[in-house]
Write a protein that binds this ligand. Structure first.
Ligand code: 5AD
Ligand code: SF4
Length: 485
């Protein structure tokens, strides 16, 4: 899962506040309480925040972009790297100060930092009133009342079943064009560097009917692109257990390829993307279903993490460099034009200079459109923390990370350039941040295109001829010519 640790500022995030008036629950105060919600980390966290906003709207809260007017401040946190945690702590200290002049303000921590830091956040540092883990969001209204009654509140229980399947997310940051749909929760993979299996618990998939229903609702509301989200979407499964035993013989088994097929059938004008794929689990039937549907975007995020098989073994990734090449070959055999992106970790435990060179050479061969690159950060409780020494010095990690980034920068610019002179079908997402008279949108390959607005409208498709580019953005004009893709 892509992880950008930048917090979405509430001003950007909450473009659209809750629609209509909040439901008033009998016995609840009738004045509207205000929720300020800030999200850190991966897309899954942003998607979870939309579920939290929905649960709290039922309890009478409306969202606000102004933290000063909030009755309840929630931070949806990320624990994937140490610096993500540090940023959250700094933010919590600011809110603690705000509480001095606003005694009724309730501050809570949600998400991945909850389980590990509950004692320290609540008891030692006294930074927050409430700590809620990723599977306990339905309990938030009760926990808020508990805090209002003068107690600290905590629920970090992980669940084997919770998928929030029937909750209609409140679309925060809504551009009305693109939306996330969470299709599963947790992860069973135990990559040795990763804290996610500990913070988000066991993998479980959501009922496919509720997923397809949500996609229909989004289409009817004018949305034209959905991204199906899971930690490892290739292991999505419904009505079959991990051992392959069918649970209910009278019902169909649904795996990821079938799920994509069903969502793609919602409407040919609804684009479908997904994230994140896992190289060990990505099967050809998923690629074939992608190729079959024009509206399934030709873009795969396939994190490799390292280009060296010994490092991959220490990372417990379940594949080798050769197997990864095999999967990339399969992608290009079935969809010759498919774009790819990846995640890379520099300086994992015991990584030698030669092993690092293998990552650089892999990147040269792959020519990814996009890459998310990180220095290894040791996380508590993970296999790597228990088994290996975090022995690559910080300056070496940094230097390797910069080398990886330098290769990617050149490759990405070349990839972008290769799209110049071609015509693409582009979904109009909104006004360009830099130029009021221009729109931006994306190609099927997920590359951003800017072009003069003419009389086009957001949430529609236009054909754009690309005549120029920057290293990461295509520059074009709307054309009547037919697109290649
Ligand atoms: N240190 C650095 N990067 C990490 N990631 C996950 N755990 C760590 C860690 N401990 C990266 C991986 C993953 C992405 C979401 O974050 O590349 O794919
Ligand atoms: Fe973490 Fe690996 Fe699961 Fe991704 S697949 S969430 S890296 S354990």
């Amino acid at each position: 899962m892509q992880s950008n640790i930048e917090p979405s500022s509430q001003k950007e995030l909450l473009d659209e506040v809750l629609q209509g008036s909040p439901t008033v629950i009998p016995g609840q105060p009738t004045h509207t309480r205000k929720l300020y919600l800030e999200s850190y980390g991966c897309q899954m966290n942003f998607s979870d925040s939309e579920i939290v906003a929905s649960i709290l709207s039922e309890a009478g809260f409306t969202t606000t972009r102004e933290e000063e007017e909030a009755d309840l401040i929630l931070l949806n946190t990320c624990a994937i790297r140490e610096n993500a945690e540090q940023r959250v702590r700094a933010r919590l200290r600011q809110f603690k100060q705000a509480k001095e002049s606003r005694p009724h303000l309730v501050v809570g921590v949600l998400g991945c930092m909850a389980e590990r830091l509950k004692e320290s956040l609540l008891e030692q540092e006294k930074l927050v009133d409430m700590v809620v883990g990723p599977d306990a969001y339905r309990d938030i209204p009760n926990l808020v009342e508990q805090v209002n009654g003068g107690q600290k509140a905590v629920n970090v229980l992980l669940s084997r079943e919770e998928t929030y399947a029937e909750i209609s997310p409140v679309r925060l940051d809504a551009n009305g064009v693109t939306a996330f749909i969470s299709i599963m929760r947790g992860c069973d993979n135990m990559c040795s560097f990763c804290v996610v299996p500990f913070t988000r618990g066991r993998e479980r998939s959501r009922d496919p009917e509720s997923i397809v229903r949500e996609a229909h609702e989004l289409f009817d509301a004018g949305y034209r692109e959905v991204t199906l989200l899971g930690q490892n979407v290739d292991s999505y499964k419904w009505n079959i257990d991990n051992k392959g035993v069918v649970k209910d013989e009278s019902q169909p088994v649904v795996r990821f390829a079938e799920l994509i097929d069903r969502v793609a059938h919602v409407n040919p004008d609804m684009r479908v993307r997904f994230s994140t794929s896992h190289p060990k689990d990505m099967t050809d039937d998923v690629l074939e279903v992608m190729a079959k549907h024009e509206n399934v975007c030709k873009y795969i995020h396939l994190p490799v993490q390292s280009g060296n098989s010994d490092v991959l073994k220490r990372m417990n990734r379940g594949y080798t460099r050769e197997w990864y090449f095999n999967r990339i070959e399969a992608i290009h055999r079935i969809m010759p034009d498919c774009a790819t992106s990846t995640d890379i970790i520099a300086g994992f435990c015991g990584e030698t200079e030669e092993e690092h060179q293998d990552t650089l050479s892999l990147m040269e061969l792959m020519r990814y459109d996009m890459a998310y690159m990180f220095a290894y950060s040791e996380r508590p409780r993970t296999l790597a923390q228990r088994k290996f020494e975090d022995d690559v010095p910080q300056e070496v990690k940094s230097r390797r990370l910069h080398e990886i980034m330098a290769v990617q920068k050149v490759n990405a610019a070349e990839r972008t350039k290769s799209y110049v002179g071609r015509t693409f079908r582009v979904l109009v997402e909104g006004t360009s941040k830099k130029k009021e008279d221009q729109y931006f949108g994306r190609t099927t390959y997920n590359t951003v295109v800017v072009f003069p607005k003419e009389d086009a409208l957001p949430s529609t498709y236009v054909n754009v001829y690309v005549h120029d580019c920057t290293p990461v953005t295509l520059i074009g004009t709307i054309t009547k010519n037919q697109p290649e893709s």
